[in-house]
Design a protein around this ligand. Structure first.
Ligand code: NAD
Length: 477
């Protein structure tokens, strides 16, 4: 049982003024594994004040000093990998094998940003002007529950690289993971006030960060719905915004694709991180005349997927993070049936023998059309919709018929065909014939999937602001 009764302000773990207490539940067992005391508005203001005070000196540190800090932040995470993984599996329920990779990925973010920072031009000449890219100031980092460490490091690393100070508000569901990573960062010996953590509710701590005039930018990852609130409430103080929001990503299988590899890959892509990921390819778009073949391959793949205890070897899908998320997935499965989609595998309820946790059945609907809610709305669970097309043009129209534009996938045995389709898909990231990652390439969404980008130089760019200076080299007569 973990008692999380401290927040991290100005280099110290202190008792919050807030008194609301929330239980933390292991989603694989429904057992209470901890309690967290939530911070309030005044706690948030105290953290912002600490970050503001620290900014004065931190913003003047050298690249070399900040590079050393990034290295230390990486090292402290790597030293505590086992503990970080253990609490992530217990609190979030993601399968252990995937969690281990994700935690290392989160730590590596610090090194990638160190490399990016070393090549970044913080000062440029444009004609007679000197343009200095200055750190923005205090940044509010607000993150969701689905990959706690990754979201924190993705936002914190460029902040440190730029010379900004931060107040971090993670999800209410991730308090144990947040406590452990905060303890890691404390060991990294970063100057007091540069990194602050306040546990708390979104409409309390998150809202105060969004409103506060001393916070220059909010870097937010979460739902499009909350992104809209932050965008609206941040406007009063002209907040800079990085918003990484929802998705309903298309996976277009061209007729010439190798279906025996493309369809299993499409299923795994849709169900990765137990379907609780923003980039999952939750709309599988296939040629109409191949639908029966696709259905058989999908069913065979899903039957081979292990759902269950996240600690067991081979588990690919763990429980949903919470009772609420379990119910959301159930609601969408019911909706799919009511809307007339054809359920080809899965369905409502728990998989057999797994009613001790928030487990859902990996579920696939065929004969889905774009007027159905299951095709339009982000479900954030292992529910896949299959849609069909007659022509390539129609496939592209279906792919783009969404308010989102975060990720997309295309399969074809012919690269010319694949690239032709990719050039017409409106999405921040498109992957051809596989799953790849390039940690220094930008990630983010077109349309209502977000504003601005994370990772690499594009990510760092968001944390600095250009100051144009002229006459700096003209000696007064
Ligand atoms: P959420 O939007 O409910 O919450 C995200 C964070 O915002 C939490 O810390 C929450 O407490 C906080 N919050 C809630 N109300 C707030 C308010 N009024 N002001 C400020 N902060 C507030 O999202 P979630 O359920 O935690 O996560 C799932 C969502 O995150 C999905 O929609 C998913 O697509 C999205 N997501 C996006 C990406 C991406 O990179 N684009 C990555 C992962 C998750």
């Amino acid at each position: 049982m973990r008692i999380i009764d401290k927040i991290y302000i100005n280099g110290q773990f202190v008792k919050p003024l807030g008194t609301e207490v929330q239980e933390l539940i292991n989603p694989a067992t429904k057992q209470v594994i901890g309690v967290v005391t939530l911070g309030d508005e005044q706690d948030t203001r105290d953290a912002i004040a600490a970050a503001k005070a620290a900014f004065k000196t931190f913003s003047k540190t050298t690249n070399e000093e900040r590079a050393q800090m990034l290295q230390r932040l990486h090292d402290v995470m790597m030293n505590k990998l086992d503990l970080l993984n253990q609490v992530a599996v217990d609190e979030y329920g993601a399968p252990a094998a995937a969690t281990a990779g994700r935690t290392q990925y989160a730590a590596k973010n610090f090194l990638h940003n160190m490399e990016v920072m070393k090549e970044f031009e913080f000062e440029k000449r444009i004609g007679k002007a000197k343009v200095v890219l200055e750190p923005l100031g205090v940044i509010g980092l607000i993150t969701p529950w689905n990959a706690n460490y990754t979201h924190i490091s993705t936002k914190l690393a460029p902040a440190i690289a730029a010379g900004c100070t931060v107040v971090i508000k993670t999800s209410e569901l991730s308090a144990i993971q947040t406590q452990v990573i905060a303890e890691c960062f404390h060991e990294a010996g970063i100057p007091a006030g540069v990194i602050n953590f306040v546990n708390g509710r979104g409409d309390v701590v998150g809202a105060e960060l969004t409103r506060h005039p001393d916070v220059a930018m909010i870097s937010f990852t979460g739902s499009t719905q909350v992104g809209r609130i932050i965008s609206r409430d941040g406007a009063a103080t002209m907040k800079r915004l990085v918003l990484e929001l929802g998705g309903k990503s298309p996976n277009v299988i061209l007729d010439d694709a190798d279906f025996h590899s493309a369809i299993p890959l499409a299923v795994m892509t849709a169900f990765s991180n137990s379907g609780q990921a923003c980039h999952v390819g939750s709309r599988l778009i296939v040629p109409e005349q191949r639908l029966e073949e696709v259905k058989k391959l999908v069913i065979k793949t899903v039957e081979g997927i292990k759902v269950g205890n996240p600690w067991e070897e081979g588990t690919f899908i763990g429980p949903m993070v919470s009772q609420k998320q379990y119910e959301t997935v159930q609601r969408y499965i019911r909706l799919g049936l009511e809307e007339g989609a054809e359920l080809i595998i899965g369905g409502e309820g728990h998989p057999e023998g797994l009613d001790n946790g928030y487990y859902v059945k990996p579920t696939v609907f065929a004969n889905v059309t774009m007027d159905m809610k299951i095709a339009k709305e982000e479900i954030f669970g292992p529910v896949l919709s299959i849609l069909t097309y007659k022509t390539e043009e129609e496939a592209i129209d279906i792919a783009n018929d969404t308010i989102y534009g975060l990720s997309a996938y295309v399969s074809s045995s012919n690269l010319d065909n694949a690239n032709r389709v990719v050039s017409q898909i409106v999405s921040g990231r498109v992957l051809i014939n596989g799953l790849y990652d390039e940690p220094k390439a930008p990630f983010g969404g077109f349309k209502q999937s977000g504003i601005d980008r994370e990772f690499g130089a594009y990510g760092l760019q968001a944390y600095v602001e250009p100051k144009t200076i002229m006459g700096y080299d003209i000696v007064p007569q």
